[in-house]
Write a protein that binds this ligand. Structure first.
Ligand code: SIN
Length: 306
């Protein structure tokens, strides 16, 4: 019997596979593909404090081996989320991570405190790295802003805080160190890479917001490197994200140093992808002669045996 559990900031996940925020909705449609109770954790599409419409269409553009998105985090706001979405997430069984985004330090505080007080979440993820917001400000691209936002949320909530980091920086591993010093209990990496496409029929930018975030298998080697480069610089666990489409990809991230992994774009290609990734990891662990999935974490850092 393989032990698939992993631990993030004192929270036990039954297995290391979860959706990336915004790529998997808990609703009747998705519950029809496989029971969400099989997942390692659940997470919502990021919420803001107040309702907001998100970006103008088109919001999605397919690229070779990936996808550009510029959704702009439409949100029904905190109040509706607490009333309608969070109770459903909580009822399903796996640990619940609530993804939040603030426009100011006070909003980070207010959101983190409200999620904490709801009593229905296990962890809070700070979406500090969306590249698609109207002001164009990415908290995780500036060390001081990152540290202040993380500290604000950490002070406001007793729940463990995860910082979702941006790859659109000189050295993401240094930003992970900044987040750790500010009190984050884990980091998730990476969010999407800033990019664009031009529609040659209209001769204009393809996305309504002009730029978007690139995700999918195209970014996997870069995301994997980010995890690998960060693993030995911080003590807190890493949730690996970036183009994970199969169990083999997920195993690479675990070996690079991720404690858990999030599947994103592949959920749009195959709504059963996460189930396949979970089962595939378990099979790999067993065939490789390990008894627990956590034995894989960071193994790629060990010197090669002769
Ligand atoms: C979006 O809604 O534009 C993407 C969310 C994110 O990158 O955090």
């Amino acid at each position: 019997m393989i032990d698939m559990s992993v631990e993030i900031a004192g929270v036990t996940l039954p297995n290391p596979v979860m959706p990336a925020s915004g790529t998997y909705e808990v609703d009747d449609l998705h519950e029809g593909f496989f029971p969400p109770s099989e997942l390692g954790a659940l997470i919502n599409k990021t919420i803001f404090l107040h309702p907001r419409p998100g970006n103008p269409p088109p919001r999605i553009w397919e690229t070779p081996c990936g996808m550009l998105n510029s959704i702009g985090i439409p949100s029904e706001g905190l109040h509706k989320f607490l009333e309608e979405k969070l109770p459903r997430l909580r009822s399903l069984g796996p640990p619940v991570i609530v993804s939040i985004a603030g426009n100011s330090l006070q909003e980070w505080r207010d959101l983190a405190a409200a999620i904490d007080e709801s009593g229905s979440a296990d962890m809070i993820e700070l979406d500090l790295s969306c590249p698609n917001l109207e002001q164009g400000f990415i908290w995780a691209s500036d060390p001081q802003a990152l540290a202040e936002a993380v500290a604000a949320a950490v002070e406001a909530a007793k729940l463990p805080v995860i910082s979702k980091l941006s790859p659109n920086v000189r050295d993401i591993s240094e930003m992970a160190v900044v987040a750790e010093r500010a009190g984050t209990a884990a980091v998730s990496m990476v969010n999407s890479y800033l990019g664009m496409a031009i529609d040659i029929r209209t001769r204009r930018p393809a996305l309504g917001n002009i730029t978007g975030g690139l995700t999918g298998p195209a970014i996997r080697p870069m995301a994997l490197y980010s995890v690998f480069a960060t693993f030995q610089k911080i003590q807190v666990p890493i949730i690996g994200i970036g183009g994970i489409a199969t169990w083999r990809d997920a195993v690479e991230f675990l070996l690079a140093g991720a404690t858990a992994v999030a599947v994103g774009t592949q959920n749009f290609v195959d709504p059963t992808a996460m189930r396949k990734v979970i089962n595939g990891i378990a099979g790999y662990v067993e065939r490789a002669g390990f008894s627990a999935v956590r034995e894989l974490i960071g193994l790629a850092h060990q010197p090669q045996s002769a």
